[in-house]
Design a protein around this ligand. Structure first.
Ligand code: NAD
Ligand code: DAU
Length: 348
């Protein structure tokens, strides 16, 4: 049995990746390492916690001593690294937390992986899960390809760009086998309600204002989280060493159009008259350094690995809304305590 380390597996994307790997690969033992920050939640993984090939470890990737002893004990054949501070707005207020986890934490993992294999990396792989935000912003036209130059604009994207560079540097300098994927905006079940879609679903449920930044004419390329997890599975198993793969939904939406679609679907599902939720839309102060447009050219992963999204946006959004409506207890748990404090500071 191969020991595989997945970091950040109690978070949004990570929990879907852990579930997929635990259920699909009984010959892997999946170790989920997560610090359980405000974004980490073991309720996301209740259905896999009893599985024989799964172990949860609470721990912080910024703690080098702990990380070294963990790698020594379990001799991980591969790492799928998702643990990160992931919210742009938080990075604007607290950049140092992003430097610590996203840069130093990644270097700790790279160092520990290098040390246990002592330069003998046959059949080993370090997979860094990254973001399209490293490419900066697009104007009205064009797409991000794997050859687009890095040009990050927020502390979050600068920290992810830096960690991508360190992963490449370990590949070039120490011969460490790696692969990187840069994905567009995910949505789906279990996303913490600080990000646009779950925040607005929660606010609509509670009849609270929907704070649209600036004029709402910013564009994102949305992908259902389970399609991202499937892409990660393919890149992990079939992606070429030292390659980068862009992952995207072929699905661009201006924020304001997305919010209006969300409002319509919510009105139908909540049995409210059409137009009720749209009345909650409130234009608020813009995000500093707000990237105008992200859009991914995902033709490489499509042609080389045969990946494509499995659901349309309308279907995925419907599934997502259903999940939040059916999991109000989950929402209540994550929106108590620290969340209230964050919300006050961010929106009032
Ligand atoms: P998330 O914030 O939901 O989850 C992050 C997880 O990492 C949490 O479980 C948290 O407890 C854990 N974590 C944070 N700091 C840690 C530390 N110091 N040590 C150990 N664990 C720590 O994030 P997400 O949206 O699931 O994103 C996961 C990864 O995917 C990130 O690397 C992010 O950059 C990348 N990504 C996300 C998206 C997206 O739209 N969500 C898109 C592209 C790439
Ligand atoms: O592109 C991939 C990235 O997508 C990931 O790497 C990040 O981890 C993830 O958080 C996401 O970043 P964004 O900043 O694009 O996502 P967010 O949901 O925060 O915002 C989406 C858009 O909605 C963005 O243009 C800002 C806007 N927005 C967001 C919030 C939270 C609002 O208008 N109002 C809001 O309250």
């Amino acid at each position: 049995m191969k020991n595989i380390l997945i970091t950040g597996g109690a978070g949004f994307v990570g929990s879907h990746v852990v579930r997929l790997f635990v259920n699909s690969y009984p010959n892997y033992h999946i170790f989920n390492l997560d610090a359980l920050t405000y974004a980490g939640n073991l309720e996301n993984l209740k259905d896999v916690e009893q599985k024989q090939n799964y172990t949860f470890i609470k721990g912080d990737i910024t703690d080098a001593t702990f990380i070294n002893s963990l790698f020594e004990a379990h001799q991980f054949a591969a790492v799928i690294h998702l643990a990160a501070e992931s919210h742009v707005d938080r990075s604007i207020k607290e950049p140092l937390a992003f430097v610590k986890t996203n840069i130093l934490g990644t270097i700790n993992l790279l160092e520990a992986f290098k040390t246990i294999w002592n330069h003998d990396f046959s059949e080993k792989r370090f997979y860094h899960i990254s973001t399209d935000e490293v490419y900066g912003t697009l104007g009205a036209t064009g797409l991000f390809t794997e050859a687009t130059a890095y040009d990050p604009n927020s502390p979050y994207s600068a920290s992810k760009a830096s960690s991508d560079h360190f992963v490449r540097a370990y590949g070039e300098t120490y011969g460490m086998p790696y692969v990187i994927s840069n994905c567009s905006n995910n949505y789906g079940p279990n996303q913490f309600p600080e990000k646009l879609i779950p925040l607005f679903i929660n606010n609509i449920i509670n009849n609270k204002p929907l704070p649209v930044y600036g004029d709402g004419n910013y564009t994102r390329d949305w992908l259902y989280v389970i399609d991202h997890a499937n892409a990660i599975d393919l890149v992990f198993h079939k992606g070429k060493n030292k390659e980068t793969y862009n992952i995207g939904g072929f699905n661009e939406w201006k924020n304001i159009d997305l919010v209006k679609l969300l409002c319509k679907q919510m009105d139908v599902k909540l049995g409210r008259p059409l137009g009720t939720s749209e009345e909650l839309i409130t234009y608020v102060k813009d995000r500093p350094g707000h990237d105008l447009r992200y859009a991914i050219d995902a033709s490489k992963i499509k042609s080389e690995l045969g990946w494509q999204p499995s659901v349309t946006f309308e279907e995925g959004l419907g599934l997502t809304i259903n999940w939040y409506l059916e999991n109000k207890e989950w929402l209540n748990h994550v929106t108590s305590g620290e969340y209230q404090d964050y919300y006050e500071k961010q929106y009032t």
